[in-house]
Every structure is written in structure tokens, then in C-alpha cells.
Ligand binder design. Structure first.
Ligand code: NAI
Length: 328
């Protein structure tokens, strides 16, 4: 099948080429939008990533140019207008689980870095500064960790944090009975936010979860608590979070995702003047850690993403049931 890949980086080409047995792939660095959608002309499928906006107008151009399948090489599908895709007869498939460990472990890495300040210690020691001033952390042992969304990633995250000796309180619309048996206690969202020393977000972005963390919910959190978001940027109202950081009510923030990330993430802007004032304000806090959507970025996850994406494409090609189809 002829497939147009959008928003590709060198590592996409490396992992997909290694796994590709028969497809004719064209890699585009550009993101998918109404102007670039035409690049897919002549292909039957496109492959997109988290920040490709598959809007109704983009879908119209894709449909006019013969696209029948959209293969997401990610788990989240909040960036695709599924209703319009269905109306146009375009199927949408995704990679629901490639390595929940990759993202859960990254969330833990963010907690450890923010807490024990290893990023600062690394720089200090390299410059001959062996002082411990202001590097104080806290024991994770015995702390309460609030987990919002206990699916694949949230579930693995709960187990890792239990390994540190943390108490886990969780909120999910569909509590997981197996996790309950391991000691995870489910409660309301408000109670989880009120009792947790660390809150980690692992639910999908939906109309219901947009700005789940905002002024009102931040006000419920313990003073000095840590917030980790490896889910999707818009789970958090960034301006409210900045206010909570300024007042000291929020003690730490670790984000791997950001509301306006499509304008900056995955690119080297080190020689550019960054225009995003909100991001720049976030970067100015000593207790904020930002990574550029790299939670998924392990060798195992990239291999599995390529493998499952081709399986999805081949199932479509062979008219076999699409186990990873997403529908409105
Ligand atoms: P999943 O579908 O296995 O789990 C999501 C959980 O959230 C489910 O248990 C579901 O019941 C729960 N949920 C849904 N709506 C909710 C609500 N309103 N309130 C509370 N809980 C709710 O998904 P998985 O694989 O664990 O991924 C979670 C999210 O992580 C994805 O949707 C994606 O946005 C994000 N992600 C981030 C990556 C990164 O690189 N930073 C990579 C992969 C996923």
C-alpha cells in the first residue's frame, strides 16, 4: 500500500523502515494540515502522530484525494475528528498499547528529578560546585500518590509507586478490580486531589477531561503538592497552574505534554526566538520540569509502534477486522 507519513523525524524513518516489508512509504517532515493534506495524493493511507490535526477540512481534502485509512502511530486520538472521518468512510486505527511501561517510567523519572533535583546536582558538580544548599528532597516512602486514570499506563504507574512504599489513591470512571486487590484505593476526584502529595494524570483527553486541573481543582490540592502530566497538555489549564506556582500552592510541576506543544515540541528551536510567553513563564520556575513529549520514547515502544501500525494497515488491506479501530 502507498502510505504518506506526516510529522516524521529520523527515528520514525529508522524504526518504520526496519519493520516495513512491502509498503511504499513517503515520509514528510511537515505536520498534516489543510495545506499539506494534498501531499497524500496518490496514497491510500496516511500515518500521523499526536500533533497532526485531523480536522473536518483536512479530512475533506484527504477524502477527495483517495485516502481510505488514517493510521495513528500513537495511543491518543483526541486530534482526529472521528465523526467526520466516519461520514467520509475513512477508517481510523491507532496503537492502543505499545509500552505502558515507557510512559509510566517517564512519569516516575519526572517525580524523582523534581524531588531530588538530580538535574541541578549534575550541573552544579560539573562546575565544581559541591554544595547541597537548596537540594533538599523528600522521602517517597509513605507519601500518598493520586492517580487519575488507571488504564494501561496508570496501572503500571501505580505498581511502580507502590514499590517505593507509596499509598495510592485513584480516580477512574471504571475502577480496576485487580489494582484494588493490590491496595489501590479508589475515591472521588475531589478526595484524590485533597489527599495526594503527588498527583499524576493518566486519563485520555476528552471533552470531559479538558482542563480537569484548573483553578477550582488546584484549590483542592495540598499546599506544596506535585503535579505530573504525561497524558495530554489540555488536561491542565496552564494559566491556572502558573498562578498556583506563583502563589506557592503548587510545589512542583512536571509536564511531558503542553497545551500549545504543537508549535514547539519535537523541534530544535535553540537558535530561534520562542514566541510562546506561557511556555517561557513556565520555564522560568525552578520547580518546573518540562520534557518534550518523550514519555513514549524507548526502543521497545518505537519497535512496537511500527509493528502494530503495519499490522493495522495490513488488516485494513486484507479486509480483516480492525481490532485497533477507533470510532466516534
Ligand atoms: P487507557 O485507555 O488504557 O487508560 C485510560 C484510563 O482513563 C481508563 O482506565 C479510563 O477509564 C480512564 N478515564 C477515561 N475517562 C476518564 C475520566 N473522565 N476521568 C477519569 N478517568 C478516565 O490509556 P493509556 O494507554 O493508559 O494512556 C493514557 C493516556 O496517556 C493516553 O490517552 C494518552 O493521552 C497519554 N499518552 C501519553 C504518552 C506520552 O508519550 N506522554 C504516550 C502514550 C499515551
Amino acid at each position: 500500500m502507498k502510505i504518506a507519513f506526516f510529522s516524521t523525524q529520523s527515528y520514525d524513518r529508522e524504526y518504520f523502515d526496519a519493520c516495513n516489508k512491502k509498503h511504499e512509504i513517503t515520509y514528510f517532515e511537515t505536520a498534516l494540515n489543510t495545506d499539506t493534506a494534498l501531499l497524500a495524493k496518490g496514497c491510500s493511507a496516511i500515518c500521523v502522530f499526536v500533533n497532526d490535526k485531523v480536522t473536518p477540512s483536512v479530512l475533506a481534502v484527504l477524502s477527495e484525494n483517495g485516502i481510505k485509512l488514517i493510521a495513528l502511530r500513537c495511543a491518543g486520538f483526541n486530534n482526529v475528528d472521528l465523526k467526520t472521518a466516519a461520514e467520509l468512510g475513512i477508517k481510523v486505527v491507532r496503537v492502543p498499547a505499545y509500552s505502558p511501561h515507557a510512559v509510566a517510567e517517564h512519569a516516575v523519572a519526572m517525580i524523582l528529578t523534581l524531588n531530588r533535583k538530580t538535574h541541578k546536582a549534575y550541573n552544579r558538580v560539573r562546575e565544581g560546585n559541591f554544595s547541597l544548599e537548596r537540594l533538599t528532597g523528600f522521602d517517597l516512602y509513605g507519601k500518598t500518590v493520586g492517580v487519575i486514570g488507571t488504564g494501561q499506563i496508570g496501572g503500571v504507574f501505580c505498581k511502580i509507586m507502590q514499590g517505593f512504599g507509596c499509598n495510592i489513591v485513584a480516580f477512574d470512571k471504571y475502577p480496576n478490580e485487580t489494582l484494588k486487590q493490590t491496595g489501590v484505593v479508589y475515591d472521588t476526584l475531589d478526595n484524590v486531589l485533597m489527599h495526594a502529595d503527588i498527583v499524576s494524570l493518566h486519563c485520555p483527553l476528552t471533552t470531559e477531561t479538558k482542563h480537569l486541573i484548573r483553578k477550582e481543582t488546584l484549590a483542592l490540592m495540598k499546599k506544596g503538592a506535585m503535579l505530573i502530566n504525561t497524558g495530554r497538555g489540555a488536561l491542565v489549564d496552564t494559566k491556572s497552574v502558573i498562578h498556583a506556582l506563583k502563589t506557592g500552592n503548587l510545589g512542583y510541576l512536571g509536564i511531558d505534554v503542553y497545551e500549545q506543544e504543537e508549535n514547539v515540541f519535537f523541534r530544535n528551536l535553540s537558535e530561534s526566538i520562542i514566541q510562546d510567553e506561557v511556555l517561557l513563564r513556565l520555564l522560568s520556575f525552578p520547580n518546573v520540569l518540562i520534557t518534550s513529549h518523550q514519555g513514549f520514547f524507548t526502543d521497545e515502544a518505537l519497535t512496537q509502534i511500527a509493528k502494530t501500525t503495519f499490522e493495522n494497515i495490513e488488516a485494513f488491506e486484507n479486509h480483516v477486522s480492525l481490532v485497533n479501530e477507533v470510532k466516534a
